[in-house]
Design a protein around this ligand. Structure first.
Ligand code: NAD
Length: 299
């Protein structure tokens, strides 16, 4: 935003108008230019840390990063599945470091982060991916399960980010990626605690980016990823009737594109951007009818 101090008010007014118009023009340009023509971050040789790398999206991301020549740091609470992902990546020629980490254990997260600095070097891209789901109605989910979900899906992201952000700030370079969900922008019935956690991480990413901008640290990149259902073991017990289910490979591919383009928010599939707009514009009963697939009275 241009400053208006000691500038003729008319010139200041024109500067603000230009700031607004040029921002819109840049946004239009960004959205219209095809991916192949956009300038993209080169990830070869970058150190990428993925939490929850043992399964689903985390494992597929690791595989794709390995193909791109990245150095991988894989975290999971289940060593055997983490090692399986690591083996797959090593076979593709990648250098891989695995760590058995329960991301809810703050002390462990900080200790292992310090070890990584000396074992591997600074982390370029941190991908907060690990999460769990409780697929029961709110009143039927027991307190311990909810507590655990918030520890894994929300609080762990404080600890991992606190562990790696200072070095990114010091180097004036780095990228934070967090996997939220469509349930991070619209409330999902039957997934109340999960929705709470995904809204939380969406807010976390936005607030932290604003805060760093206030502090002058504008070189750290932020990407928040909001997919609808993805075919992984996470949704085995969910009723997904009537909703699209994405292939994990497609989702990983899109996440990597978003990282390379330094895209702030990625919603998958594209129609979710429309749903997000509908939420802001439509009367509540129409919006709710779409979410719960049942006509509601206007009240
Ligand atoms: N699958 C979907 O439909 C879907 C949709 C939208 C968003 N997401 C999000 O994508 C991300 C990945 O989901 P997924 O479907 O690949 O899940 P997944 O269950 O297949 O994999 C999650 C991984 O996290 C690990 N993990 C769990 N608790 C951990 C802990 N305390 N410490 C370290 N690792 C731990 C698990 O061992 C597992 O390997 C999650 O953030 C999820 O909320 C998933």
């Amino acid at each position: 935003m241009p400053t208006t101090d000691s500038v003729n008010p008319f010139v200041a007014f024109l500067q603000i108008i230009w700031y607004i118009v040029s921002s819109f023009l840049q946004a239009f340009y960004w959205n219209l230019v095809p991916y192949s023509l956009k300038s993209k971050k080169n990830l070869h040789g970058k150190v990428i840390l993925i939490t929850g790398a043992g399964g689903g999206i985390g494992s597929e991301l690791a595989r794709k990063f390995a193909e791109m020549g990245c150095r991988l740091v894989l975290w999971d609470v289940v060593p055997a599945s983490n090692e399986r992902t690591a083996q797959m990546c090593r076979q593709l020629g990648a250098e891989v470091f695995t760590y058995d980490v329960d991301i809810t254990n703050r002390k462990e997260v900080y200790e292992i982060a310090a070890r990584i600095e000396s074992d591997v070097g600074p982390v370029d891209i941190l991908i907060n991916n690990a999460a769990i789901i409780n697929s029961k109605d709110f009143l039927k989910t027991n307190d311990e399960q909810m507590d655990r979900l918030i520890d894994i899906n929300v609080k762990s992201i404080f600890w991992t980010t606190k562990a790696f952000l200072p070095s990114m700030i010091q180097r004036n370079s780095g990228h934070l990626v967090t996997i939220s969900s469509v349930a991070g922008i619209v409330g999902a019935p039957g997934l109340v605690d999960y929705t709470t956690s995904k809204f939380a991480v969406f807010g976390f990413m936005e607030a932290l980016e604003h805060e760093l901008a206030c502090l002058g640290h504008t070189e750290i990149r932020f990407s928040t990823i909001c997919p609808i259902f993805v075919k992984t073991s996470m949704i085995d017990e969910l009723d997904t009737t009537g909703w699209p289910i994405l292939e994990v490979e497609y989702v990983a591919e899109r996440i990597i594109r978003a990282i390379r383009l330094e895209q702030r928010v990625l919603m998958l599939p594209r129609m979710i951007y429309v749903l997000y707009a509908i939420k802001g514009i439509f009367p509540w009963n129409l919006y709710q009818s779409i979410i719960i697939k049942k006509r509601m009275k206007y009240s």
